[in-house]
Design a protein around this ligand. Structure first.
Ligand code: MN
Length: 285
């Protein structure tokens, strides 16, 4: 199943080139206060699935091309970033003083994970607003794994059982000396989209081609099999530090080819099996 938030916060099921409004199913969610950690829709996705499918059957839907897609996860408890997880990106960072800082060296095992502020999260239809135009803001195209059920101290062998699905992510980054949690958390610097593809549709998250182009020029092109820590190992490792809640997002790291964006650019991002999304860059006013 392909699940999306679109237009004015409508919940949709995407089938082929149509998105079907299934927002009425949300009324069956019983949400108490204090608000539980994680995203209640993702937490209940398994049991809601028959209702979502039948609600989608009942509408003609609208064309995907006419929909404005928001983040397919509305309320994650956290957005986790995995740095330095492709050897060719590690090498380009080591070679370019503009994109590494002295305090962060080596591969992912040496650097550990980081967090991006939830307030940075947007969908492709929202676009990104570049701050600090005198500094470099780079695109980092990544596979996002979205957690489906509470995970603490999970084994690598079982780790994919905790995944609700996958989406395309952009870990937008201001380059410079500050902590990653600041530089990668500007409003709109965490793009997720265009929809969540449930895990049953992705046989192997560690073997997906992906590409980012701007103006027809290929900037990033790789396959997730080149990750240093595969998706399983990232989930297991993260779950030893903190409980992962339904809806938590892991941005699994970027490949070589990171580069600056400027207002007016459109990043065309595509991922095998998941789909494609265009993300427009504007100035922060
Ligand atoms: Mn990244």
């Amino acid at each position: 199943m392909r699940l999306a938030w679109y237009n004015d916060n409508r919940l949709g099921v995407v089938r082929g080139e149509r998105v079907h409004d299934v927002s009425n199913v949300l009324g069956t969610l019983d949400i108490a206060y204090p608000y539980p950690p994680g995203d209640p829709l993702i937490a209940n996705l398994g049991q809601l699935r028959p209702q979502l499918e039948s609600a989608a059957d009942a509408t003609d839907g609208t064309a995907v091309a006419e929909a404005v897609f928001r983040s397919p996860v509305a309320n994650p408890s956290k957005v986790i970033g995995t740095p330095a997880n492709y050897m060719k990106h590690v090498e380009e960072a080591e070679a370019d003083p503009e994109i590494h800082t002295e305090r962060f060296r080596g591969k992912v095992e040496q650097q550990g994970l980081f967090l991006k502020a939830n307030s940075a999260l947007v969908g492709p239809g929202d676009g990104i607003a570049v701050r600090f135009p005198d500094r470099r803001t780079d695109h980092e195209l990544e596979l996002a794994a979205v957690i489906g059920r509470t995970a603490a101290d999970v084994n690598e062998a079982d780790a994919l059982d905790y995944v609700a699905g996958y989406a395309i992510a952009l870990d937008m980054s201001v380059r410079g000396p500050e902590d990653r949690s600041l530089r990668k958390s500007c409003d709109s610097y965490a793009v997720l989209g265009p929809w969540l593809v449930t895990a049953d549709e992705i046989a192997d998250p560690d073997n997906l081609d992906f590409e980012l182009t701007i103006g027809g020029e290929t900037r990033q092109s790789s396959n997730t099999r080149h990750m240093i820590l595969d998706t399983r190992r990232q989930i297991a490792w993260a779950s030893r530090f903190y409980t992962l809640h339904p809806g938590d997002i892991i941005m699994t790291g970027t490949c070589e080819g990171v580069g600056p964006v400027a207002p007016g650019d459109v990043m065309h991002c595509s991922f095998e099996t998941i789909g494609a999304m265009d993300v427009t860059v504007r100035e922060h006013l």
